[in-house]
Design a protein around this ligand. Sequence first.
Ligand code: UDP
Ligand code: MG
Length: 313
Amino acid sequence: MKLSIIIPAKNEEENIDTIYNTVKTVFENIRYEVIFIDDGSDDKTFKVLESVYKRDKDHVKVVCFSRNFGKDAAIYAGLESAVGEYTAIIDADMEQNPSYLLKMLTFLDNNPDYDQVAMKIKERKAGSAIKRFGGKMFYKVMNVLSDTKFSNDVSDFRMFRSNVREALLSLPEKNRFSKGIFSWIGFNTKLMEYEVGTRTKGVTKFNFKASVKYALNGIVGFSVKPLRVATVLGVITSISGFIYLLYIIIKTITVGPDAPGFATIVCLILFLGGIQLLSIGILGEYLGKTFVETKNRPVYVARKKLGLDEDIL
Ligand code: UDP
Ligand code: MG
């Protein structure tokens, strides 16, 4: 098998046929397999995948999750099933045109020194201005906080040799922040530019809320909500404490003190209380992450698999 193409899909019933047909046309003369992951869709995605599989069992494999586990879990499931010399990851919505896969494949064929080709967005047009700005800020913060470097314009759209696939699978974490993992494993990577296509059918699954969640996951690893509440409370208390501190200072200077020492005590209690909660919150974030990882739960649970060893139908 020359190429395994992993396609995560959540509620993409209208896009499956298009991407399948395009891949089929592009790779007419190459031995390839397409691994679709139905990531807990609540539309007819699985039905469509099933019919595609029945039509073309030689080229199609399907893993259907028991619920939505997220795109990163879907990628992991794809990696586990892939057997190709090269493995590629591509979105189901045609924003990433499958014709670029051929370019990547040709590059890897001709450049044995490179292990992977990652696609970089040429010009980011899609998405609202707020989303783009939020994305930019997230990567700025992320790059300050982390030793591993991230870019907003390079995503999972890439192709790599089996050594990279093995490296990806060898990382044991359950909370799989793919961008971080790709960056962390290293390897000789060629960046190629691509034009983002438009999603003609269906909607993006990364709305504002999903993007914020993704960002927080990326920074700390995993979210444990009650612990995060402590963090938020800490931030709010610190800010209010600080504002109150400024107010008391100005009032004390201009009007005079209410009672000797009162201002100092109130300010310190508020300010320090806030900082303490903030610190406990941050500790909690990491403790929570460890807690989730030690449970050692699988990255995903499959409800059905088609064309794979454990054919459950
Ligand atoms: N996706 C997925 N699970 C999710 C969210 C998204 O498998 O929980 C898939 C989705 O079907 C698509 C790809 O990941 O094939 C990229 O998602 P989307 O187009 O919604 O993101 P955007 O391109 O807007 O960042
Ligand atoms: Mg998309």
